[in-house]
Write a protein that binds this ligand. Structure first.
Ligand code: FDM
Length: 212
């Protein structure tokens, strides 16, 4: 494909509780857009491949213990270390489908009782998503799906608090998708929204920064 200077990729973020179906929907979106001939990549946060990411991974698997503020800043640093690459990809016309982003950062840390504004502060200046797709599922339903691994946050009590924090973060620009529907129904809705965003970004919708 020949790149067009004016067209950029879309930054699409999927958010939701553990077991909401985010990760499989991200792969479906990737295949869908690839099938249409778009340049697209699947990203996820935390990105466990970097050295910061390895510290996060050790924390999540309870191999290390860190102060709540410290781990919060590491999650944020993990996004900052990918920021310039993210901007370059988008400007080169590649759409990024991102499995969790700053909203997970704020929801999971504020669920521990940290002040929400404090949680948002280190995210200021990161690229703002063109679209935040929230896969909405009651924590009890998600827990019934089974498959919680042994990671630190994978407990119903904590997931309930995270759900409340996501509620506080939501704004009118978020697309709320009922994640209790069948995988196919969720997929259909997501595809429509994402294709619209990809088209808008191609036409020159400007990039913006968090929090906006
Ligand atoms: N998580 C994820 C955070 O607490 N802060 C963040 O900034 C991000 C991106 O890490 F429980 C939490 C959310 C989840 C855990 O995520 C690991 P995955 O999607 O299961 O890898």
């Amino acid at each position: 494909r020949i790149g067009n200077i004016d067209s950029r990729g879309a930054l699409v973020v999927l958010e939701g509780l553990d077991r909401c179906g985010k990760t499989s929907q991200c792969s479906r979106l990737l295949s869908y857009l690839e099938g249409l001939g778009h340049s697209v990549e699947l990203w996820r946060f935390p990105d466990r491949t970097t050295s910061v990411g390895q510290m996060i991974s050790a924390y999540l698997s309870n191999e290390s213990h860190l102060d709540d503020h410290t781990i919060h800043l590491l999650f944020s640093a993990n996004r900052w270390e990918k920021r310039s690459m993210m901007e370059a990809k988008l400007k080169a016309g590649t759409t990024l489908i991102v499995d969790r982003y700053s909203y997970s950062g704020v929801a999971f840390s504020s669920a521990k009782g940290i002040d929400i504004e404090w949680c948002k502060a280190p995210e200021i200046g990161l690229l703002a998503p063109d679209s935040v797709l929230y896969l909405d599922i009651p924590p009890e339903k998600a827990a019934e799906r089974g498959g919680y691994g042994g990671e630190r946050y994978e407990h119903l009590e904590f997931q309930r608090k995270v759900a409340q924090c996501y509620q506080m973060l939501r704004d009118s620009s978020w697309k709320i998708i009922d994640a209790c529907q069948s995988i196919e129904d969720v997929e259909k809705q997501l595809k429509e929204i994402v294709l619209d965003q990809v088209t808008a970004c191609k036409k020159g919708k400007p990039l913006s920064l968090l929090w906006s």
